[in-house]
Design a protein. Structure first.
Length: 134
């Protein structure tokens, strides 16, 4: 869809059908395109979404708890759109923000050495926002 409000409504319709968002993407231009990859899951896993206006901060990390993690993020309309899920089997997550790609990739490799997975990555207003989960 090309309308942000309609896109959010479509996501909620998928959730009502016990589907989960596994990937988000957008093309921002004079004719924007928003899309989501959704999957039918074997068991219900609660998902939610939240929009953060402005520069990424630790506020994004406040979405997670012992059972809820951020599964995807992307840059849209001057902010970061984040999708969370519960029941993923991951119980640890770190959200990191880096200005340079070189430092971002070094950070990702250090987390890989600790058996973390790269859960999500987005580029937002000059910053790499990284979600690593275990």
């Amino acid at each position: 869809t090309g309308n942000w409000t309609e896109f959010k409504s479509e996501i909620r319709e998928y959730w009502d059908k016990d589907m989960v968002v596994t990937k988000l993407a957008c093309k921002l231009s004079s004719s924007p395109v928003y899309c989501a990859v959704v999957s039918k899951m074997q068991r219900s896993q609660g998902q939610n979404m939240r929009y953060f206006a402005g520069k990424p901060t630790s506020e994004i990390g406040d979405l997670r708890d012992s059972d809820t993690i951020i599964t995807d993020m992307y840059d849209v309309d001057g902010g970061v759109f984040a999708v969370t899920a519960s029941g993923t089997g991951w119980d640890k997550q770190s959200i990191e923000v880096r200005a340079k790609w070189e430092t971002a990739i070094d950070l990702i490799k250090r987390y890989w050495d600790k058996d973390y997975s790269l859960t999500s990555l987005c580029y937002f207003q000059g910053y790499w926002v990284i979600a690593m989960s275990k």
